[in-house]
Design a protein around this ligand. Structure first.
Ligand code: GLN
Length: 197
């Protein structure tokens, strides 16, 4: 049985826990360094990346997480979580930082402000479709050759990645945790099982 941590500093923590519950996965809320021991993977929820980046420092989680992610801990970030995993953040606050686990450049609020939130079906590469809820979502504007694009969305100006992975790090512009669809979490968990085999 695997235990997946959910970073519980800010954001839609409960929704990720509920999705993992639906998949029968045991979860651990991660608020301090001691909570990291024994987790097999970690989810960084959607919320506010500037707040989460600040709280990662004050909670003392930044350095131990850097080490774990560098060592290949399976990690999945949604929306603000994707911002925190990216290599470069455009339109970020000057003091916000990110883990550099995915070779992607993201533009904060790159799909518009809160009022421009939308939901569209997103086709996943295996032919299935999931509901994509975009709320002040980061847009992936550049991505390196190491990045696998799992799903894209055309917002009127060509296809852009909205679900990517690089090794055991996954990032998603939208919020799979805000719907009852578990497919995206399932992809991450399958990869986690594979990585730990
Ligand atoms: N725009 C937010 C940020 O910069 C992310 C929004 C979200 O997670 N729904 O953190």
């Amino acid at each position: 049985m695997r235990t997946v941590g959910v970073l519980a500093l800010q954001g839609d923590v409960r929704e990720h826990v509920a999705t993992l519950d639906n998949l029968g996965v045991s979860t651990r809320l991660v608020r301090r360094e001691a909570d990291l021991s024994g987790i097999d993977g970690l989810i960084i929820p959607g919320g506010e990346s500037t707040a989460i980046s600040h709280l990662l420092v004050t909670s003392g989680l930044r350095e131990p997480l850097c080490t774990l992610i560098g060592g290949g801990l399976p990690i999945f970030g949604t929306c603000a979580g994707l911002i925190l995993l990216s290599s470069e953040v455009l339109d970020g606050r000057s003091d916000q930082w990110s883990f550099n686990a995915l070779d992607v450049v993201v533009r904060r609020n790159g799909y518009g402000r809160q009022i421009a939130s939308f939901e569209v079906p997103i086709a996943i590469s295996d032919g299935a479709t999931v509901p994509g809820v975009f709320i002040r979502a980061p847009r992936i504007v550049h991505w390196g050759p190491e990045v696998t694009v799992v799903a894209t969305h055309d917002h009127g100006d060509g296809e852009h990645p909205v679900l990517v992975r690089q090794g055991s790090a996954w990032g998603c512009s939208f919020h799979p945790e805000l719907t009852s669809d578990v497919l995206v979490h399932g992809l991450f968990l399958d990869a986690l099982q594979e990585a730990l085999r």
